[in-house]
Ligand binder design. Sequence first.
Ligand code: DGP
Length: 227
Amino acid sequence: MALVNSDIINIKKRGAFILFEGCDKAGKSTQANKLFEYLRNNGHSVELLKFPDRKTKIGQIINAYLANEYELDDKAIHLLFSVNRWERMKAMKNLLLSGKTLIVDRYAYSGVSYSAAKGLDLNWCCSPDIGLLSPDVIFFMDLTAEEAEKRGGFGEERYEKKSLQEKVRKIFYMLKEKDSDKDSLWRILNANQSVELLHKRIVEYSLKLIEKCSQLPLKEDLWKATS
Ligand code: DGP
């Protein structure tokens, strides 16, 4: 059946899922905040989310674990980080479908990288997150552990140790390899450059992406095998 003008007006454009990933102190939150402010001030419908979401009940356990106030088995905490993402999925899906662009600070890629860096099997680590919403872009803020160590505050939380961060960075690159069939999903950004320069590149890319994604269906296929 042919579309009439009123149908075309009623087709809702979906928002883009823009993800920031990287090791600790790479500047993810700074860039996620700056992009959020830019888009909001320029008339875009946008929301900023952060994982782990420390406000939920699960998030409070994660917070205590990260602050070294609470001990948990590595596999148990891994699953809780994943639950913390699943508990936001329905709301994220509805926001994207309502046309809101989501800027997300950390996601399942951090989930797998940190747990696998502790020695858990990579495929096991991926499995609880299979089928989550897939991001439209991953801005990977790349910083070596030496450079991260020089930045303020490094060493305060559980994972902020140079040797672990080096492993985490390697596993992020392994996950990027796993996505090698997904054209331009990963944008590797050298985090050791001016905040404003990085922001400019991120804004330019995001504006094009938002336009492109508005025409595409949402993907709930994270790490699902493509046959
Ligand atoms: P942040 O609030 O972005 O500084 O993250 C807190 C710490 O938790 C950081 O060291 C990275 C780590 N982290 C974030 N997400 C996950 C996850 O899903 N699993 C594990 N094991 N660690 C995570």
